[in-house]
Design a protein around this ligand. Structure first.
Ligand code: FAD
Length: 470
């Protein structure tokens, strides 16, 4: 039999996960001129876009405009969306394999890394992932509680997620109330008594992961003075040599921004946001009620490992930061998916340019990955586009080589009937567009981009009452 991808025998593809990687994978496939292909995009949540909706900070609205590109993908013939459908529990990989030539997992990195220090499980110690998901209105995190009655908070990490968390904690209510931050978070932050926020980096300023616009923005907050300690900004000889050798324009700019921040005089704003370098948390100190009341940190110096990479080494100089709330932001981590191999150490599905590998030389025919579950939690949204292109390239090579499995029941109507039987609440892209319109209408009334629905029940009720009114 001939290879699929023709009008007689369209190529049937399922993509699992509707974040950037899922949409970019669909986009690349649907743009191939000589390929007749359909793409069904599965999403376990009722709404699409993954971390663009539930990760990107509410005060960075412009970043979310990428969803307009995703709308164009969804408008293409051959595209379908199945929201509210969890692959693994509602439908399994084996079941999907009956309907598709290709199944591509783009499920992201859903959990966080831990610090592995005493006291990490005390009350008022949280993963930044939880806080971010909560303030962005993720349905599974809306009931989380964060005690914002404390005056001091530590955010462990100096990547962009840590910056987001520190910035949201430092923003004024006026600044936040024009964003799409979840209503419950806006209300809780309105009551916040936080006065000092510390961001902690275990290495020096030359190794900090945050990017330049993000760190610069910290010096421009309406309600918080920035504080960077001059002595922690001073480069040690090894870092100075690295910086000189790298001669990296962006890195030099980053150091300049940090020096400018250090030179800023406090303007008596109600809050202070302090960035600390060369310190590692070693213990969360609890009170009698089992809540965090301090964070013991140790001062580090940098040493070069065998590969020449600078890593922190603890000195014997420790101090206690009297913080009542700690957010760790030391990395995201993928979770295993039923039926797929998993590399626990890296938190990814083992793969060769997107082909899932059951063992080092044994690809699983027709099964692929793209995005964070493929390469780990790195890069910006656009990085996933290139990454998806590589995976789609591998799919097309396998298609040309006749290496794809043949599904027994590839008809789109059969898939739809099967999915609806398993998940009667499966939502379409048209459903999402109605939700989107309702959210933006609710936002207009308040001068905000949108007011999000934050639970599946709310969404289902809004859709059915709107249907009723029509
Ligand atoms: P995700 O976006 O996580 O999408 C995965 C999707 O899969 C989710 O919708 C999930 O619900 C779904 N899923 C998971 N399991 C299943 C299953 N079993 N069945 C069905 N569906 C499933 N990048 C920028 O460029 N600018 C920023 O400002 C920015 N801010 C960020 C802020 C935060 C807090 C974080 C964490 C990341 C940020 N990023 C930003 C990075 C960007 O969000 C990622 O690069 C991108 O979202 C990764 O895409 P992905 O599709 O691999 O994963």
């Amino acid at each position: 039999m001939s290879n699929p991808g023709t009008a007689d025998q369209p190529l049937r593809v399922a993509v699992v996960g509707s974040g950037p990687a899922g949409f970019f994978t669909a986009q690349h496939l649907l743009a191939k001129p000589d390929l007749v292909v359909t793409v069904d995009l599965y999403e376990r949540l009722p709404t699409p876009f993954g971390l663009v909706r539930f990760g990107v900070a509410p005060d960075h609205e412009e970043i979310k405009r990428v969803t307009r590109q995703f709308d164009k993908v969804a408008a293409k013939p051959g595209f379908r969306f199945f929201g509210n459908v969890d692959v693994g529990s509602d439908v399994t990989l084996d079941e999907l394999a009956r309907h598709y030539h290709i199944i591509c997992f783009t499920t992201g990195a859903e959990t966080d890394r831990r610090m592995g220090i005493p006291g990490e499980d005390l009350a008022r110690s949280h993963a930044a992932t939880e806080f971010v998901a909560w303030f962005n209105g993720h349905p599974e995190y809306r009931d989380r509680q964060f005690d914002l009655s404390v005056e001091r908070v530590a955010v462990v990490g100096v990547g962009n997620v840590a910056v987001d968390v520190a910035r949201i904690l430092s923003r004024t209510v006026e600044e936040l109330s024009t964003t799409d931050i979840a209503d419950h978070a806006l209300e809780a932050l309105r009551q916040s008594r936080v006065k000092e926020v510390y961001m902690l980096g275990r290495r020096g300023p030359a190794q900090a992961a945050f990017t330049n616009p993000e760190v610069k923005e910290l010096g421009e907050l309406a309600g918080a003075d920035i504080q960077v300690l001059e002595d922690e900004l001073e480069l040690d000889p090894l870092s100075r040599a690295d910086v000189e050798q790298a001669d990296d324009r962006k890195l030099n700019k980053k150091l300049e921004i940090l020096r400018d921040l250090a030179a800023q005089q406090p303007a008596g704003k109600p809050r202070t946001l302090a960035i600390r370098f060369l310190v590692s948390p070693v213990e969360l100190v609890g009170n009698e009620a089992g809540q965090v009341e301090g964070l013991r940190i140790v001062r580090n110096r940098l040493i070069a490992d065998e590969s020449g990479r600078l890593r922190p080494e603890a000195t014997d100089h420790t101090e206690i930061l009297p913080v009542g709330l700690v957010f760790r932001s030391v990395g995201y981590h993928g979770v295993p998916l039923p039926g797929l191999p998993f590399d626990d150490w890296h938190g990814v599905v083992p793969n060769d340019r997107g082909r899932v590998l059951a063992s080092p030389d044994a690809p699983m025919p027709g099964v692929y990955v793209s995005g964070w579950i493929k390469r780990g939690p790195t890069g910006v949204i656009g990085t996933n586009k290139k990454d998806a292109a590589e995976t789609v390239e591998a799919m097309l090579e396998d298609l040309a080589a006749g290496a794809l499995p043949s599904p027994t029941d590839p008809e789109p109507a059969a898939v739809e009937a099967f999915v609806r039987q398993r998940q009667p609440d499966a939502l379409t892209y048209a459903d999402w567009q109605r939700i989107d319109e309702m959210e933006t209408t609710r936002g207009e009334a308040e001068g905000r981009p949108r007011v999000k629905f934050t639970s599946k029940d709310e969404i289902m009720a809004a859709l059915s009452s709107e249907e009723h009114d029509r």
